[in-house]
Every structure is written in structure tokens, then in C-alpha cells.
Design a protein around this ligand. Sequence first.
Ligand code: THG
Length: 298
Amino acid sequence: MGQVVLAIAESINIMGNRSGGAMKARIPGPVQEMAREETAAGASYLDLNIGPARKDGTELMPWIVETMEACIDTPLCLDTTNTNAMTAGFKVIKNKKAAIMNSISAQPERMEKLIPVAAEAGCNVIALLWGPDGMPRDSNERASMSVELLMALNDAGIPNERILFDPIGTPITLGSDQIMSGLDFMEMLKEIAPGAGSTVGLSNVSNGVAEHLRKHLDRTYLIMLMKTGITTAIVNSYDKELMAICNGQRQSDVDMVHAMMDGNNPDPSTLSGVTLEHYKTYKALSGQTIFSESWLEL
Ligand code: THG
């Protein structure tokens, strides 16, 4: 078995087909069934994404947390931009120390409200590299944002080992330069925050791409992130091939893509199947071929 990435399963969310209606109507069955499926698929954490939940977040987050803890022991990842809902979720959660707060961004009011809640809970925290002006533009802006978050978290007594930095994956439709600068930052992070973990919402990379093609981008992007030592990823746990990569079961494909990142170029006529897909997708994600929705057919 090769390098392992802990999977944070993304499918329980307020926008989802199966989970959204159940969450709004407070029907436990469908979301509990999904929690068992995501756990059986190998998820290490279940992301519970209630969105901004402006109206009822302080009631919805505790409901989904209690609904989950009534049926599985898998650690939870509480995902909302509503700081009151986050606080309410951590008030009721039983398995606090294993849980993840998703997320604290580099916005002063979110840091002020949530850092004390995370410190008190003793939970893990996703430090999201999103600032007062939005998305960082390059690896240097990511670096300064990560230092700011790191100092504030450490000052509150939260050690590096409890922090997962999220550089925010950018869509391939914005160009490969943005993707590669996210990877550059991941290399810098080892010196900025020794011992800290990391995470990326993989599906960000395929945002705006035709549905049936998205999984190929998400899978190869994960392999690229593995070269930088990524420790967790926010994934669709229903994609078995993606979960096999997370579980260290595709080492020869991982080795090939990592060799390509080091400048080696295998002969594509010797490749087939999923391996050839990784080859072509890496070429597109790294900007060596121009991305279009026919990249797999070339
Ligand atoms: N970083 C961090 N947290 C995050 C993200 C991130 N949380 C939200 C998001 N990005 C990750 N979560 C999702 C959840 C669902 C989907 C994508 C990302 C998604 N769902 C499909 C839908 O709703 O149409 C359904 C997929 C399916 O068929 O199951 O695409 O970047 N820290």
C-alpha cells in the first residue's frame, strides 16, 4: 500500500439531491443512510454542509450533528459560513476532539468569533485561505494569509497538528497557472507550518466542466496534490476510483504522474485505460496541453 489521503466525504449537503430535502424537512432516514454509505466507502470524516443557513442555521446544524451521532461513529466535519450555526453545532457534538471545524477563513470577524470556539472544543480546524478581498491571487498571497491564520490559531493554543490548511482549489477553466500556484503554495506550507495538515475540495478543479468528465480531473488533481504531501481531501466518496487513490491502491499511476511532475515524459503508446487518462489529464492540468472538453480524446 502506498501513500494514504484521509477522505472527507462531501455528499451530505444542503444543495444535494438526496440530502438537501431531508435536511430542510428534518427527516433523518435519507441522511443517515448516506452517512452509512459514505462510512462504508472508506470516509474518515463526514462533511455536513448546511451552507450559509441564514434563517435556521443555529437549529439545523445541531439537528444534523445529533442525527449523525445517533447512527455512526465516523468523525464529523461541520461545514458552514454561519458562525452562530458553527458555534451551535460544537455545543452539542459529542465526539468534539475528533471533529473538524470547516472552516475559519482569514477574515477578521470570522477569526474573532470562531477561534475561541475551536480552542475550547479542542477540535481540528480547516484554515481556509480566503481573505477580506476574496481568493488569494498567487502563492505569495496564500503564504501571507496562512501566516496570519497560523499566528492567530497558535496564539489561542491550537497547535499546528490540529490545523488543516486549504489553499482553495481553482477551476481548470481559470487556467493551469492558478492550479500550479496552489501546488507551489503546498510546498511552501511545509516550512510555514511544520506538522500542519492540509485539505482541498477536489471538485473545485472541475467546476464548470461537463458532469461526465469531472471525475477524471478530480482524480488526477488528487494525485498531483499527493506529491506535495496533502493529508486529507474533500471528496465524492461514491467515486470508487477516487477512493482507491485515497487508500493508496493506485501507486503505479501515482508514481507515473509524480515522475511527470519531475519532468519525465512516458511514451503514451505504452499506456492504456485509467493510466492513459491520468497521463492526458495531467498534461491538461499542468498546461502542457490546452484544456478543452475533448482533452481525453486527443
Ligand atoms: N473547501 C472546504 N470546504 C468546502 C469546499 C472546499 N466545502 C464545500 C465544497 N467546497 C465541498 N463540498 C461539495 C459538496 C458537493 C459537491 C461539491 C462539493 C457537488 N455535489 C453535486 C451536486 O450537489 O450537484 C452532487 C454530487 C453527487 O452526485 O453526489 O458537486 O473547497 N474547506
